[in-house]
Design a protein around this ligand. Structure first.
Ligand code: GLY
Length: 263
């Protein structure tokens, strides 16, 4: 299943400048050492599934650069370099492009001056690519992505990130070809009609950003009710500490690009 089985992931080490990372609400300064420990656990979990993980060095000029997912969309047939809507993050995409060129041989780019789109707003399923418009992703960005990936046979469906939520995938994750983990507030929009939806437990909305990566569902630590729901549904769950990234509205999907490059 190409939407959740991957041969590769790319991560980037957190920079000391992470303390200046973007956040909706200031809940405290991230502890770099603890974030580094969580990051190492995350990479170990990815590797444990048999994937090759490319670990890029920290980029001090870009405080949020540990959240590599926002810089690109990686598909089996090619990669598209994004145009992040946060001005302080725009340069992160150019930093990622050469690494994707090495792995894919060639990449496409979102280039329109009015187009903005971040990977955190993109959920790729087995049959389509859902892109949530948000404060970071606009209609021009969605339309440009749709044009680029149409040649590879992918269909883009524009959806909407709930108001006040950073990214579409802040509130949902792919669990398998038919199943989405979602907050009720997002699923109630109807955007997952036709899929099987598993709701996160009430009060545990912060774990909706999990990832299916090969045989694992990797979720942030500390959400026991949702973990139980997932295990009862048959998923192999691994918890990773996320307290420091959570201070910057970051989660499990934000920390990697996951893909199988066709060359
Ligand atoms: N701190 C993650 C972001 O706002 O992009």
């Amino acid at each position: 299943m190409q939407s959740y089985t991957f041969s590769h992931a790319i991560t980037r080490r957190p920079a000391a400048s992470i303390i200046a990372g973007l956040r909706a609400v200031d809940t405290g300064t991230p502890d770099l050492a603890l974030m580094q420990a969580h990051h190492a656990d995350y990479i170990a979990a990815l590797i444990s599934t048999g994937a090759e993980v490319v670990e890029l060095g920290a980029l001090e000029a870009f405080p949020d650069s540990v959240f590599v997912e926002d810089t690109a969309l990686c598909l089996p047939k090619g990669a598209v370099v994004m145009r992040p809507g946060a001005p302080s993050r725009l340069g992160e995409a150019a930093e990622m492009a050469p690494h994707l060129e090495t792995l894919y041989g060639h990449v496409l780019r979102i280039e329109g001056a009015d187009s903005f789109i971040e990977g955190g707003d993109i959920l790729t399923t087995e049959t389509e690519i859902l892109v949530g418009r948000s404060a970071r992703t606009n209609a021009a960005g969605v339309a440009e992505l749709a044009r680029l990936v149409a040649d590879w046979g992918y269909t883009v469906r524009e959806v909407f990130t709930p108001p006040g939520v950073l990214h579409f995938k802040t509130d949902c994750s792919l669990l398998d070809a038919e199943t989405i983990l979602s907050t009720k507030r997002l699923a109630d929009s109807g955007c997952f009609d036709g899929y099987k939806v598993i709701h996160v437990a009430d009060g545990e909305e912060a774990c909706a950003n999990s990832i299916r990566f090969n045989d694992l569902v990797i979720m942030p630590a500390g959400f026991a009710k949702t973990r139980r729901i997932l295990e009862q549904a048959g998923y192999n769950v691994r918890e990773i500490g996320n307290s420091e990234c959570a201070k910057l509205d970051g989660g499990m999907s934000c920390l990697s690009l996951r893909f199988t490059p066709a060359r």
